[in-house]
Design a protein around this ligand. Structure first.
Ligand SMILES: [Cu+2]
Length: 157
C-alpha cells in the first residue's frame, strides 16, 4: 500500500515537472524558464521573460539578446515618467554574484519588435543571450497564454 502511494506521488511530480523543467547552465550562470506571452492579432511586439542566477565568484553582465523571429530584440527597463509607466532600452543588465536577475512582466524584459509572426501559445522560438564573461547561449523561449491584465503597461512604443 505504501509503495503504491509513493509511486503515485512521484508520478504526479514528474508530470508537473515535465512542463516546468526548462532551464540552462552556462558556466556559473543558471538561466531559468525563458517564456513569452502570446501576442494578440496584429501585434508587432512582444516581451520575453526569464531569470539568471549567478552561482560564480565573479559578476557578469547580460549585454545583448537576439532572435530570428523579430526585427529587433532589446533589453528594456520599466520607468515611471510623470506618473506613467514607460519602458526604455538599456545597454545591459548586471548579474551579480550570488544574485538572481529576474526579467518579468512589469519589470525588466526583452522587447521584441517587428515580429515576423504572431507569438502563439504552445509555440517556441530560439533566443540568444550574450553575456560579458560567460559568453553566449541559445535558449528556447516557450510561448504561454496571455494572462489576464498582461496587456497593460506596454504602451511606451
Ligand atoms: Cu519593452
Amino acid at each position: 500500500m505504501k509503495t503504491i502511494l509513493a509511486t503515485a506521488a512521484v508520478a504526479a511530480l514528474v508530470a508537473a515537472g515535465g512542463t516546468l523543467a526548462h532551464d540552462y547552465q552556462l558556466q556559473a550562470l543558471h538561466i531559468d524558464h525563458p517564456f513569452a506571452r502570446a501576442t494578440p492579432p496584429g501585434a508587432r511586439s512582444g516581451g520575453v521573460f526569464l531569470s539568471v542566477e549567478n552561482d560564480g565568484t565573479r559578476p557578469d553582465r547580460l549585454l545583448r539578446v537576439s532572435t530570428p523571429i523579430a526585427g529587433t530584440a532589446e533589453i528594456h527597463q520599466m520607468v515611471v515618467d510623470g506618473g506613467v509607466m514607460r519602458m526604455r532600452a538599456i545597454a545591459g543588465l548586471d548579474v551579480k554574484t550570488g544574485d538572481r536577475l529576474v526579467l518579468q512582466p512589469g519589470g525588466y524584459h526583452v522587447m521584441l519588435t517587428d515580429l515576423k509572426r504572431p507569438l502563439q501559445a504552445g509555440d517556441s522560438f530560439p533566443l540568444t543571450l550574450a553575456f560579458e564573461r560567460a559568453g553566449s547561449i541559445e535558449v528556447k523561449v516557450v510561448v504561454e497564454t496571455m494572462a489576464a491584465g498582461a496587456m497593460q503597461p506596454h504602451g511606451g512604443h
